[in-house]
Unconditional design. Structure first.
Length: 242
């Protein structure tokens, strides 16, 4: 239960955000209109256009699990379906290419609120963000998967463990590749730490899933280190298969 100091600090932060928003208004990524909600990047109208996952939970879970296709991966959760030129894709673009790591925090928190009870039932040892190649991370300034994990962790209380997975080479952009090309593109790309041997259940955090090739490659490397490990996948967006 929040203390009086926590309530005061929360109210103060909200007022500062409102004032900051008046001076430096943020525009919605969907309609380009001003939105008062700093860090969210989307107005209420565009928020209603996003295909949030709740009505499609089984469909999304099944799509990710089929893409990864490994028995150690027990469940998968995502925040929304996205399609080309939709509001969801604009949010992801803002997170990845416009320097808005706060969007990752917001979306991670929103994902955490939607699956908080499920995470507690699974008793995760930790959350592990999917690694970026170090040069790409330097160019971008951050790993978006880390900020998604940070938002998720703030709701669930699950600790984050970085540096257990490393990406050892830069890969070609997967955007225009076929399923088979994606699989070959990420082959032998990741290395994982032997420290994963001590974990029973982990949560892998990524931004988006299209075919599941990247997640499958990471999971295979983890399973090579720990054959009995249980893996739960968390992502923000899933590309809907039409």
């Amino acid at each position: 239960m929040p203390t009086s100091f926590q309530r005061f600090f929360s109210q103060l932060k909200y007022r500062i955000d409102v004032i900051f928003g008046l001076i430096f208004p943020q525009k919605c990524v969907g309609c380009d209109k001003e939105t008062m909600h700093k860090g969210r990047g989307v107005c209420f109208a565009c928020n209603s256009k996003i295909m949030w996952s709740q009505p499609f939970e089984r469909e999304i879970n099944s799509q990710i699990l089929q893409g990864v296709n490994l028995s150690n991966v027990h469940a998968a959760y995502s925040l929304f379906y996205f399609s080309k030129d939709g509001v969801g894709q604009s949010l992801i673009h803002q997170l990845k290419y416009r320097g808005s790591w706060k969007t990752g925090l917001f979306l991670g928190e929103k994902l955490g609120l939607s699956i908080e009870e499920l995470v507690r039932v699974n008793q995760l040892d930790c959350l592990i963000p999917i690694a970026m190649f170090h040069r790409k991370k330097f160019d971008r300034g951050y790993n978006q998967a880390y900020y998604i994990a940070k938002g998720l962790s703030s709701i669930t209380g699950t600790p984050i463990r970085q540096n257990l997975i490393k990406k050892r080479k830069q890969t070609q952009s997967q955007t225009k590749l076929s399923r088979e090309q994606r699989r070959m593109n990420v082959r032998n790309t990741f290395v994982v730490s032997d420290k994963l041997k001590k974990f029973q259940t982990i949560g892998l955090v990524d931004d988006v899933v299209t075919t599941g090739s990247t997640l499958r490659e990471v999971c295979k490397e983890i399973i090579n280190v720990n054959r009995s490990i249980k893996i739960i996948i968390f992502t923000i967006g899933v590309a809907r298969i039409e």
